[in-house]
Ligand binder design. Structure first.
Ligand SMILES: Nc1nc2c(c(=O)[nH]1)N[C@H]1C(S)=C(S)[C@@H](COP(=O)(O)OP(=O)(O)OC[C@H]3O[C@@H](n4cnc5c(=O)[nH]c(N)nc54)[C@H](O)[C@@H]3O)O[C@H]1N2
Ligand SMILES: Nc1nc2c(c(=O)[nH]1)N[C@H]1C(S)=C(S)[C@@H](COP(=O)(O)OP(=O)(O)OC[C@H]3O[C@@H](n4cnc5c(=O)[nH]c(N)nc54)[C@H](O)[C@@H]3O)O[C@H]1N2
Ligand code: SF4
Ligand SMILES: [Mo]
Length: 738
């Protein structure tokens, strides 16, 4: 089957020369127009899930108003939130299903596209077995859709291979919290941040990636809280820190073990709490014993007295919080890193109280809800385990199938791509995921996609990945289908439908249900609207860890969100976990782990002597499919730049604005330099929101954390050289070039 991606000309012919579209004069609204309405809903982008009111006229989202009563963000929005409304009517919107032809794509009818998709998936399964096809889901989907996708893979297709893009995001934190505390959720509501006395932010660029969280930190600062920041870069939030720990990429575990070492050595633990509520503390003590601050300083580049001070501030406080994001987690020891953070909180008794706790900062819009109800390869709804016989019995009962017909655990996201590359998996259905830009080692991903015998995508834009598909099914934006998401605090909130999908585009869940019918499994997918999916989800989650049984759309509206677990209709929800000192393990205790240092998967050496790390900028979102199409956001940061310290730049004769070729053990890309004093001199950073020859993921490696299976995006080895000539100049398209 032809697999060549569309050329830019082909893309433009089909979708018009609308790259980086700005509406002439903006979509301005006449005031007092009777046909306008405001719809209270949430931002479709990051895990803060800010409340926003979308302004709707004639079935089009034409603008927004702040939603000041919504408690999480109180009307505040970041640059992405105020521009999100520009997607719905964007000229690149897919308005019909597309089928690949020898020349590119042609619009097709839904019958043709869905029949073809169902037929090809079944043909592959008949020939090569049920597990020869895989499903990719995504955590920008509403929880209803995420639940539906998990059920679709297992019940309609009967494959064990279903995983999602949150595998690239939250799984190190999730694995660690599940192992230590028995539940994969930030334990505290965000108001607790404002009540903390000591805040440690580790591997989180709060100002750019969790902008609204900045406000909570300011509130704590206003009350005198101390702020510790650990990051290889002096990020915007670090400018306000009392203590900055410029940690070398990939060495957080040594830093955290040394902090634990000091906490134990100096008697800063909470022995009563440890004795009453935890197990295994001696294992942790033993593993941190060799990690005195001097040894850790050699590994991390952080001065010993700074490590001592951080440990003392946290150990001496009864209201300390440790906040972390992907800088800590995108590592081949991402789980241990998070376990060490949790261990510091537990050892000092800083958990289960206002202003005290370890908190993961969930990234994706529905990063929390999207990881609770079964689109993970080893999971059933309610954050249940797919291998637990009682969980299988319960969920199979709700679904009306035999537990014996539920497939077992399958591959994780990167493992699925590896199996596509090796030919083991031959068909893929992908929705809400752009792996060609977001998986590590992009050249490998592209080779894999070209080997697929069938590839179907559900998206509303033709992403770089979708350009490789045989069929692209025109799906829906968040505001085109009702549902729920769970924000960074595990507050379940209500996504309101503002408009219908445009043209012949359909809602994601209608597409999935229709496909299930064409696969002969329609009786299990009778849903006419998301509310019916939610009702089933409530029952499927009942009794699980993420228990949604007591949550209804109406209750969410009344309470402005309901924190799970919420087991009964009378239950108010659970903003703060562990207040009664009970953890979610059967023994009710929190479990300490033993920690062990190991090197990253792509270590620096004489040939590749510089640490390369990757991350984000405030105006772009993830693989950029959405934000690279919004002119005002593109203008803020049009191209990826190489952040480099003046000292390192000087060593290579690089001046600000020079073009630099960055080479890793996989590949090379050339980009403009941005010489800044805010990064370690042994480290460079590239934001990853761009495809093709601007893609940071051409350079990254496929080493995974052995337990969470997260890629090690935050540390690769590279070399740099000044490039004689820049790449061809001029505006670049949002799509293509992959
Ligand atoms: N503007 C914007 N906001 C977003 C997103 C976006 O794409 N754009 N994406 C959302 C999503 S899905 C996510 S996951 C979050 C991500 O949010 P963050 O994790 O905060 O963002 P990153 O830029 O990936 O990395 C965070 C920080 O880690 C640092 N870092 C790199 N290596 C290391 C290391 O080894 N140790 C330590 N301690 N720090 C290190 C980087 O310098 C960076 O400042 O943001 C969410 N919000
Ligand atoms: N080098 C490097 N790589 C990284 C990271 C890094 O820090 N460094 N971060 C990783 C992280 S934390 C993450 S979360 C991943 C994200 O990586 P991806 O998940 O691949 O990124 P997205 O841009 O969210 O891709 C989602 C796709 O789904 C579509 N989409 C969005 N919403 C919907 C919807 O409601 N319905 C449908 N049908 N489609 C939808 C979008 O148009 C887009 O094409 O990237 C990872 N990759
Ligand atoms: S991108 Fe995140 S912080 Fe910005 S408005 Fe949207 S939800 Fe809020
Ligand atoms: Mo993420």
């Amino acid at each position: 089957m032809a697999k060549a991606p569309l050329s830019l000309d082909e893309l433009s012919t089909r979708y018009g020369p609308h790259l980086n579209y700005k509406p002439p004069g903006g979509w301005q609204v006449q005031s007092g127009n009777q046909s306008e309405k405001l719809v209270k809903t949430h931002c479709c982008f990051c895990g803060q899930q800010c409340g926003i009111q979308l302004k709707v006229r004639d079935n089009q989202v034409i603008g927004f108003e702040p939603w000041e009563e919504f408690p999480f963000n109180r009307g505040m929005l970041c640059p992405k939130g105020v521009k999100r409304y520009l997607q719905g009517n964007h000229p690149d919107r897919l308005l019909d299903p597309l089928m690949r032809t020898a020349e590119g794509f042609r619009p097709a009818s839904w019958d043709e596209a869905l029949d073809f998709t169902a037929r090809r998936l079944r043909e592959l399964q008949e020939k090569h077995g049920p597990d020869s096809v895989a499903v990719y889901g995504g955590a920008s989907l509403t929880t209803e859709k995420a639940y539906l996708v998990g059920k679709f893979a297992r019940v309609a297709l009967g494959t064990r291979h279903i995983d999602y893009n949150g595998r690239l995001c939250m799984v190190s934190a999730g694995t660690a919290y599940k192992g230590a505390l028995g539940v994969d959720r930030a334990p505290n509501p965000w108001n607790d941040i404002a009540a903390a006395e000591v805040l440690m932010v580790i591997g989180a660029n709060i100002g750019e990636c969790a902008p609204i969280t900045t406000d909570y930190i300011w509130r704590a600062r206003d009350k005198g809280a101390r702020l510790i920041v650990a990051d290889p870069r002096f990020t915007p939030i670090a400018r306000n820190a009392d203590l900055f720990l410029p940690v070398r990429p990939g060495t957080d575990l040594a830093l955290l073990m040394a902090m634990l070492h000091v906490i134990v050595r100096d008697g800063l633990t909470d022995p009563d709490f440890i004795a009453a509520h935890t197990t295994g503390f001696e294992k942790t003590v033993e593993s941190v014993e060799p990690w005195n601050p001097r040894r850790a300083a050699e590994v991390t580049g952080v001065a010993p007295d700074a490590i001592e001070r951080a440990a003392h501030w946290i150990g001496e406080s009864r209201r300390a919080m440790l906040m972390h994001a992907r800088g800590l987690e995108h590592h081949s020891k991402g789980v241990e890193n998070c376990e060490a953070v949790v261990a510091i909180a537990l050892a000092t008794g800083n958990i289960g109280r206002e202003g005290a706790g370890p908190i993961m900062i969930t990234g994706q819009g529905n990063g929390q809800g999207g990881r609770e109800h079964g689109q993970k390869c080893d999971q059933l709804p309610g954050q249940r385990s797919l291998t637990d016989p009682a969980a299988r019995q319960h969920v199979a009962g709700v679904w009306g199938i035999s537990p014996d017909d539920l497939p077992g655990p399958g591959y994780t996201a990167v493992e699925i791509m590896n199996a596509i590359h090796s030919g083991e998996i031959k068909g893929l259905l992908c929705l809400c995921f752009n792996p060609l830009v977001s998986l590590p080692d992009a050249n490998f991903t592209r080779e894999a996609l070209e080997r697929l015998e069938f590839f179907g995508v559900i998206d509303f834009f033709l992403s770089e990945t979708a350009a490789h598909a045989d069929v692209v099914l025109a799906g829906s934006l968040q505001e085109e289908e009702e549902g729920v998401t769970a924000n960074v605090e595990a507050r379940v909130i209500h996504i309101q439908k503002a408009v219908d999908p445009p043209g012949n585009a359909r809602t994601d869940s209608a597409i999935v249900c229709d496909l299930a019918r064409r696969l002969g499994r329609g009786q299990y997918f009778p849903f006419r609207e998301p509310r019916e999916i939610f009702e089933e989800l409530r029952r499927a989650s009942q009794g699980g860890i993420a228990d949604y049984y007591g949550i209804t759309y109406e209750k969410i509206d009344q309470q402005m969100g309901v924190f799970w677990p919420c087991p009964t209709l009378e239950h108010p929800g659970t903003p703060r976990l562990f207040e009664d000192g009970r953890f979610f393990h059967p023994d009710g205790k929190a479990h300490f782990m033993s920690l062990a240092w190991r090197e990253s998967g792509d270590p620096v050496d004489a040939e590749f002597p510089i640490y390369l790390t990757t991350g984000r900028v405030v105006s772009q979102y993830l693989s950029g499919t959405q934000t690279r199409r919004i002119g005002a956001l593109v203008d803020q940061y049009p191209e990826p730049k190489l952040e480099i310290h003046p000292r390192l730049a000087e060593q290579y004769g690089i001046r600000a604005g020079d073009w630099v070729t960055v080479t890793s053990r996989r590949s090379a890309i050339t980009l403009e330099s941005m010489v800044v004093r805010t990064i370690r001199p042994d480290t460079v950073l590239i934001p990853y929101h761009w495809p093709g020859d601007r893609s940071a993921n051409r350079l990254t490696h496929r080493t995974l954390d052995p337990r969470s299976k997260i890629p090690e995006y935050k540390v690769s080895a590279c070399k740099i050289e000044k490039a004689p000539h820049p790449r061809p100049a001029g505006p670049r398209p949002p799509s293509g070039g992959a």
